[in-house]
Design a protein around this ligand. Structure first.
Ligand SMILES: Cc1cc2nc3c(=O)[nH]c(=O)nc-3n(C[C@H](O)[C@H](O)[C@H](O)COP(=O)(O)OP(=O)(O)OC[C@H]3O[C@@H](n4cnc5c(N)ncnc54)[C@H](O)[C@@H]3O)c2cc1C
Length: 433
């Protein structure tokens, strides 16, 4: 029997330390340096944050998703899931633990596809937490359907020249390099005709035109860049993983990114449920505590049920990734976790907000950012609808059409088959009468 829902005691001890460390030491960063986790560190920030990172390293918990050859522990995805659900409660925690999006996914593909020179130049400082990186794939006119991408790179002597537009390139304003997906051969199918380039952000011609923000952030001060690549020249060896490999690389990149978001979302949704329960037990209305009202009990029960199903499914999917060591084999379940995630977060945050009354919709509680976060989760790394199509296609692979007029489970057909199967006995019974 291989099923086991227990965390091994040694790792549980580490998780208990992480839980306390995040609550006591990391969560306060969200209030002194709000939304600054991808900004270059000021000396003041360094004085506070560097010792926290050192402590994480000392405990062996820095970048644990990576193998030992890259400075991590090689813990794999299941242990990362148990860690990430704790880190997901705060904005700063994944940066302090060296496993923040989008850098984890970017590091993964450089580790997998990069040359030794590319690894030395980009991967090492990324893993050391000294720089940030950007994944620049979506374009203003196309996101969900990459076959419509237009950003083009052509060869000129020993160089590639990149021209085009990219949209929602997260953290470009503070990142040191960009991974840019561009059409290199328009004559073949998009699946073979695009390549990935490693481009230092300060290369002439990389023009950040706007820094798009999310709901509530000031215009043009967000972290999701609209970039115009205008005659951007990079050397021939800036190609990542070989010409025409962009699609294959993107699948590796996005598989990991999607499940990591799901892991962190467990923690965020749990935080909403915790707040809902605390408020329900604390607030009196119409002669009793909110916790005694059946509507509120329904909110709590539905939220718990959604969260526990989601959590177990994400842990199972992480376990599958470790087992197969191949995102493609787990594509259906990664897509399923991705599809379920926004609804779970939205529903629980929405109910928690409602239980808090007017305070809940104020900017003094985090519920509306959670609800907006659910919207983001339904789009970042691909929209829900596209993932549903993937799930359905994969599910349908295990089925075949019937030849005849009636479905296999048609009851009259089943009765006839059963009567035929036992005809010899049934005939005897009849004969005895
Ligand atoms: C916070 C955030 C961060 C992001 N960071 C990055 C980043 O770092 N790098 C990057 O390259 N991109 C990034 N993105 C972009 C993200 O990957 C795209 O938004 C996503 O792929 C969808 O593309 P789109 O926005 O152009 O929507 P569109 O492609 O225009 O799709 C719009 C809607 O159409 C529907 N739809 C689309 N295709 C189908 C279909 N086949 N069947 C049915 N319905 C469909 C869906 O409802 C979809 O939401 C980020 C997005 C967000 C919100």
């Amino acid at each position: 029997m291989g099923w086991d829902f227990e965390t091994d005691p040694e790792y549980q001890e580490i998780l208990d330390w992480v839980d306390e460390f995040v609550r006591e030491e990391v969560e306060p960063l969200d209030y002194v340096f709000p939304h600054k986790q991808f900004d270059p560190m000021t000396p003041e920030m360094r004085r506070i944050i560097d010792p926290l990172k050192d402590e994480v390293r000392r405990r062996g918990m820095w970048a644990t998703h990576l193998g030992p050859e890259l400075g991590g522990q090689g813990f794999g995805q299941l242990k990362l899931a148990l860690l990430n659900e704790i880190l997901g409660r705060t904005l700063w925690a994944s940066v302090v633990f060296g496993c923040q999006a989008p850098d984890t996914g970017n590091a993964e593909i450089i580790a997998h596809y990069g040359t030794d020179e590319q690894k030395a130049k980009y991967l090492r400082p990324l893993l050391d937490g000294e720089i940030f990186s950007t994944y620049s794939m979506t374009e203003p006119q196309a996101g969900a359907d990459p076959t419509l991408f237009k950003c083009r790179a052509h060869k000129d002597g020993d160089e590639w020249v990149i021209n085009g537009w990219k949209y929602y390139s997260s953290n470009a304003k503070t990142s040191t390099f960009l991974i840019v997906m561009a059409v290199t051969d328009p004559e073949v199918s998009a699946y073979q005709g695009m390549s990935m380039f490693l481009v230092p952000t300060d290369t002439p011609g990389v023009n950040i035109v706007r820094n798009v923000g999310l709901f509530g952030e000031p215009i043009n001060e967000g972290y999701h860049a609209l970039i115009h690549y205008d005659e951007v020249r990079v050397p021939a060896d800036a190609v990542l993983g070989g010409e025409g490999q962009a699609f294959a690389i993107a699948q590796t990149r996005l598989g990991g990114g999607r499940i990591h978001h799901a892991m962190r979302t467990i923690g965020w949704a749990q935080q909403a449920l915790d707040m809902m329960c605390e408020r329900a037990l604390s607030r009196d209305v119409a002669g009793s505590k909110l916790a005694e009202k059946q509507f509120v009990q329904g909110f709590i029960a539905d939220s718990y049920a959604q969260l526990i199903q989601f959590r177990l499914f994400v842990l199972y999917t992480a376990w599958e990734i470790d087992k197969y060591n191949d995102y493609k084999k787990v594509r259906k379940d990664i897509a399923t976790a991705k599809v379920v995630m926004p609804t779970v977060l939205h529903d629980i945050a929405w109910r928690a907000m409602q239980v808090h009354g007017a305070l809940g919709v104020s900017n003094e509680m985090p519920f509306l950012s959670m609800v907006a976060g659910a919207g983001v989760m339904g789009l970042a790394d691909g929209p829900t609808e596209v993932h549903k199509v993937t799930i359905a296609r994969q599910v349908l692979r295990d089925y075949e059409a019937t030849d005849g007029m009636w479905p296999t489970e048609w009851i009259p057909g089943k009765i006839e088959a059963a009567q035929q199967k036992f005809a010899h006995v049934l005939d005897l019974e009849v004969g005895n009468l």
